[in-house]
Design a protein around this ligand. Structure first.
Ligand code: GLN
Length: 282
């Protein structure tokens, strides 16, 4: 038999390649024990039953081989809500919360707006907006059927009744007009070395890579947006740290105004947004 403290100490030692060995070990052990983190610190001497210890060691081995903690736990927090995640989806990132903030900040809270989230993945953006703005109608759009299943489960768990999953390849099956279109599309360059490192290795390539210059999907979303937005409608897109200027250029070329880029927690340009036509027409 091993104690909680013993298992954690061993795991921390073996997780030296992780950026956060202690946190990883704690999250995996909490998951196996079905307890909150405070339990680990309150009962460090408590013995862990052998079956549970074996389960912990299995997860630990997978983590040591590089699998992301979010996939091992099957969940990840985003915008204060717990989302189910699977290997079919990108793991929601804290930087993407910026996209949610921008929509909440720039759109009228009380109106019954129609908003589309393209390439929704777990549904994190659409559901966070839906929970914050019960009067809005959100479409959570993805073309991968397995992903839509997961969105449906997240909608039910988080009781986001105003979020509807829809299968569509970008705009192919969308009926406008929308008051806003938001998206965290794939935007990494096909030959980016970043794809061979860390969690990203385990995430679906289709959610990460946007062609040779990373901008294939962004170009398609920006050029198709005017036909689907109401006058004054918002388009807000996440992009790579070095793509801000190129994305602003695409927005301007498509007729967007008041185009602006916001920086993420790491102080990199991360989300560009603008309004189609005159803002005060909204
Ligand atoms: N920001 C993510 C990363 O660099 C990529 C997300 C995306 O392609 N939409 O790992």
């Amino acid at each position: 038999m091993t104690s909680i403290a013993g298992l954690l100490a061993e795991a921390k030692r073996r997780l030296q390649d992780s950026d956060s060995p202690a946190l990883d070990a704690e999250l995996l052990l909490c998951h196996v024990l079905g307890k909150p983190r405070s339990f680990l610190f309150t009962w460090p001497e408590r013995e862990v039953d052998e079956v549970l210890a074996a389960q912990f060691h299995q997860l630990l081995a997978r983590r040591i081989s590089g699998e992301p903690v979010a996939y091992l736990l099957g969940r990840r927090e985003f915008y204060g809500h717990e989302f189910l995640v699977s290997v079919d989806t990108l793991i929601p990132r804290p930087d993407t919360e910026l996209l949610v903030d921008i929509a909440l900040e720039t759109l009228p809270a009380e109106d019954s707006l129609r908003v589309a989230d393209l390439g929704t993945g777990t549904g994190a953006i659409a559901i966070s907006l839906g929970l914050a703005r019960p009067t809005w109608q959100l479409l959570a759009v993805d073309y991968v059927v397995a992903v839509l299943d997961l969105v449906e489960r997240n909608v039910r768990r988080l009781r986001a009744a105003n979020v509807t999953p829809l299968q569509s390849s970008w705009y192919s099956r969308l009926q406008g007009p929308f008051d806003a279109i938001v998206s965290n599309p794939p935007y990494i360059r096909a030959n980016d070395v970043h794809l061979q490192r860390g969690d990203v290795r385990f995430e679906p390539r289709s959610a990460l890579v946007g062609g040779d210059d990373g901008l294939d999907d962004i170009r398609l979303i920006v050029s198709g947006a005017p036909a689907r937005l109401r006058a004054g409608g918002l388009l807000a897109l996440e992009h790579g740290y070095d793509q801000g200027a190129a994305v602003r250029e695409l927005f301007h070329a498509a007729g967007f105004q008041s185009v602006e880029t916001r920086r993420d927690y790491g102080d990199n340009e991360r989300v560009t947004f603008g309004f189609y036509g005159a803002r005060d027409a909204q």
